[in-house]
Design a binder for this molecule. Structure first.
Ligand code: HSE
Length: 405
């Protein structure tokens, strides 16, 4: 029998208990032994809930119990999760987590600690919620040199952007509605500013290279500046606007970024809507693969955590190799990366296009009847640096959105 302790009885932690209880028989069969939740660590008490019999308030109760072999860390945040995880791993107890912040900040050290103590630090639920993505990269794609990962990694922002696209609504209105429905946090900063997606692409990039990609090095732009007018053009062009997290191995340079991108209907992520996530991975032998599903939510995320618990049960006393060294990957500045840009500019085509073409060269023009006082244009492929310099040389630019092809 494997005794499990769950740290944090919040949304995901309670989901883990529920998944283990609901699918107990099947989980035990697949794990090859019985899996039982012995303790739940939480500051709170739950007097009317049967879970109360398992609630403890002191981490040492769990750490001192030699019967506990696997710990589920669903506390979120760096501390005290970091200290608890280190102590558990040092004692040879495996840790399974959904905590992307902790993984993005300390995975190389925690993986090394797990290796030294013949246990495991697993984090399937830290990216893409219930979507299998860490295990495919670590197991199934091991023969591959991964050349690129492009993902819609944040459900909240994808919900907001889908609503803006479908309803032509303004960002602030959709955000308010998303908060009322529980799809966005009261403080939505981490999601709408792209920080959450940034940590997730840092994790995936690190696994891609086997070295450490620091989230602080990743250029990150959120969705707060997007307007209903941007979507009017997107509609006219038959495109959509998505918050993409991109990581590419370009042979001589590596780059990663998070920002809103305009994508066409032929793009594999075009139809990933609402709270769903989609992750597109390109291997040098296999070619393209795509992973799609619920990137957030209680049971999908808990299911991913429990898959790690089962993996720990199958590998008791044995470390599962995970390549993520502490050596820092030096990312290229996005200034060097070339792409097309969609731009909105004040004025009529007759008045302003000559100046636009003088600065940008040949562009494709798009006009919208609803917006007679401005027009849009799409540049040829140019570097970010060159785009910024040219944009400085022209007045009246209302917005620019990068295009991903
Ligand atoms: N806020 C996150 C999202 C939760 O919307 O994707 C899952 O990490």
């Amino acid at each position: 029998m494997i005794q499990v302790a769950v740290l944090g009885y919040g949304v995901v932690g309670s989901g883990v208990v529920e998944v283990i209880e609901k699918n107990q028989e099947m989980i035990n069969k697949k794990a090859g032994c019985e899996i039982q939740v012995k303790y739940v660590l939480d500051l709170r008490d739950f007097p009317d809930n049967p879970i109360q019999s398992k609630i403890v308030h002191d981490i040492n109760t769990i750490l001192d119990d030699s019967q506990v072999q696997v710990i589920v860390e669903t506390m979120g945040g760096v501390e005290p999760a970091y200290t608890f995880t280190k102590k558990a791993l040092a004692l040879g107890k495996s840790v399974c987590t959904s905590n992307k912040e902790l993984v993005a900040n300390h995975a190389p050290e925690l993986l090394q600690l797990a290796k030294e103590n013949n246990c495991n630090y697993l984090f399937e639920a830290s990216v893409g919620g219930g979507i299998p993505i860490i295990r495919p990269i670590n197991y199934s794609l091991t023969p591959e040199k991964i050349e690129g990962i492009t993902g819609i990694l944040n459900g909240t922002t994808n919900y907001i952007l889908t609503k803006m696209q479908k309803e032509g609504a303004a960002f602030q209105d959709v955000l308010k509605e998303a908060q009322l429905k529980g799809y966005a946090e009261k403080n939505p900063e981490a999601d709408v500013e792209g920080y959450d997606a940034c940590r997730k692409i840092a994790i995936l990039s690190s696994l891609m290279y086997g070295k450490n990609v620091k989230y602080e090095d990743i250029y990150t732009e959120g969705i707060t500046k997007l307007t209903a007018e941007d979507f009017t053009y997107a509609k006219k062009l038959g495109t959509s606007i998505k918050l993409l997290a991109i990581s590419k191995d370009m042979g001589d340079k590596y780059f990663a970024m998070v920002a809103p991108f305009m994508i066409g209907q032929e793009h594999p992520l075009f139809s990933v809507n609402d709270v769903f996530n989609g992750i597109f991975v390109k291997g040098n032998m296999l070619g393209d693969t795509m992973y799609y599903g619920r990137g957030a939510g209680k049971l999908p995320t808990a299911s991913a955590v429990v898959s790690d618990v089962i993996d720990c049960a199958r590998h008791l006393g044995k470390n599962i190799l995970c390549f993520w060294d502490s050596e820092r990957v030096k990312l290229t500045s996005i200034n060097q990366i070339s792409r097309k840009f969609f731009v909105r500019i004040k004025g009529t085509v007759e008045e302003v296009l000559p100046k636009v073409e003088e600065v940008f060269g040949k562009v494709s023009v798009v006009t919208c009847e609803e917006l007679p006082e401005e027009f849009g244009f799409i540049t040829e492929e140019i570097t970010e640096l060159s785009f910024n310099e040219k944009a400085e040389a022209i007045s009246g630019i209302r917005s620019r959105i990068r295009i991903e092809e």
